[in-house]
Design a protein around this ligand. Sequence first.
Ligand code: UD1
Ligand code: CA
Length: 464
Amino acid sequence: MALEVIILAAGMGKRMNSQLPKVLHPVACVPMLFHVIKTANELNPAKIHLVLGHQASKVQEALTKLDSPLQEKITISIQEQQLGTAHAVAQALPKLGADSQVIILYGDTPLTPKVELEKLLTALESCELSLLTSEPKNPFGYGRIIKDEQGNFVGIVEEKDASAEQKAIREINTGMIACRSSTLSSYLSKIGNNNAQGEYYLTDLSSLLVKDGKRVCPIKADPNNVDMLEGINNKVQLAFIERIYQQNLAKQYMMQGLTLADPSRFDVRGELEFGQDCFIDTNVIIEGKVSLGNNVVIGTGCVLNNVTIGDGSIISPYTIMEKSQLKERTTIGPFARLRPGNVLEDDVHVGNFVEVKNSNIGKGTKSGHLTYIGDSDIGAGTNIGAGTITCNYDGANKHRTTIGNDVFIGSDTQLVAPVTVEDGATVGAGTTVTKTVPANCLIVTRAHAFTKANYQRPTKKPKK
Ligand code: UD1
Ligand code: CA
């Protein structure tokens, strides 16, 4: 029997108080809906049916960022008016095969573990519908699982429809169900909207089945997974789920050997790879694909975006880097900024308040302080003095600066690109270089200093 997944994502998300559709709010920098789609896809379904409604075009536009094989698996049904979760499922019904297994997921529950959905599918083999329940610390807001005196499942009552007695029930409906498409075809149209919200509740499907003598299996989630099954309706829950995601990832990385100063102050908004004996201090943000070799140290407050850092490198605090490749034993920062497009060879040092962009820096070259290196190719063993600026922009175009091996650039030098400083050349402090400096030469442009004996500084005029 083919498996199809329906994801409900048409709701407005009123409680988010936002212009952005709820399902596009990010968890770990990725729209929460994408997490649900990813989990759905891990079940290897034939199709993934999305039900969109509120700001559907914005959601559809976001979906174009998914891999194309995944996009091909997705169908979209539009729910013009958000009349409830059962009404939402009904929009996808015509797209389902006549004889499929169906899993229904909610777009606002991004961390649903795959194992819990597999349990639903196993249970479905012996019942008409299986539904995932859990026991969170605070059941407020959720549909409660109603059972009779013998403990048999009877139905689900929404918070807004629940009596005080029912509100005291701890077991809640996570929203995930498994059933067959034939069940949906026969029963969805029987669901009414006579309830506190005047909505067609998908939750009523279970009680209708029970009334018809069909078997409904509530499956309770593993207590360790309860937090991951929390739905996001507001910003408090959004932040909660973000933390759960980050904690889980931190735990996974630590088990693989990463040392974290504090797993609760560590954020991965992408993917991290690392070798052995790497240390990451507090408040580091990892974005995109980041790869660390062995023995890499990342200081507090660093932001690493799509970078590769080689063995033994030390990135000191508050360094920001993007799309760069650092080879072995590089030392960067504190307070350094690497903008996109850099390759730093072994043993390169980039110190505090140095900005590097679109540049190649050779082995062992050092630039310790207050410098701008843009669009440059620099050789090995060169020293770049404090306050050096590559003037790469003429107001219209960018030009490259080429600096050879074993060059010494004195402090406060301006290199007006396009310009070349050849191997072994020395540039005296304060020089403005506008044309090629030949190999092994000294170049200095400096106004001659003069001194005046017994110089009298101006004095302040007395106030009237
Ligand atoms: C729903 C369940 C509740 C459960 C909780 C778990 C119902 C009636 N209630 O409540 O039992 O405990 O989730 O998190 O199902 N949606 C549509 N179209 C609609 C309405 C909703 O697509 O007309 C989508 C929303 O975008 C959302 C999902 O369905 O992704 C759930 O809707 P929401 O309004 O958040 O339901 P809850 O009140 O959280
Ligand atoms: Ca919800």
